[in-house]
Design a protein. Sequence first.
Length: 168
Amino acid sequence: MSAPTAVAKRISVGIGQLAVTKDPDAILIAYGLGSCIGVSIHDPSSRVVGMVHVLLPASEGKPQDPKEPARFADYGIDLLMAKIAEAGGLKSRLLVKVTGGAAVLGSANAEKFKIGERNAESVKERLKRHGLRIIAEDIGGTRGRTFELHASSGKSFVRTAASSPIEL
């Protein structure tokens, strides 16, 4: 990840949370993406950026929790799209990147629950329902990730504890 400028505003996007901004000094960051999925969206024309940190694949009729409005892929992606549109982002211009979905529960539990894999499938399906195409992804594996979206450039970076940052 590139070094933040002195005026960079680091905005943490926690589990079940999302953030949308037009502030060019903002850096949206999702820490600890294990089986969770992080989605970054950038509209290069309006300079709107957004990120969501999804915990589980589907709400299955559970009510949306105001403290974690993006806990589930369905609610999270729908809410992110609504907030992006409110801020002036146009669907036809959106650049979407996705990361996370690791199998971090150990081999026996990973095979049994496949939460990371199910999260990735749910997020991809929801994005497709919105008519969006993913332009870059880093999904799966067994290591957690940190995901950054730099509003000034629209660039997204991903890293694990054992790797250098890479641009998606």
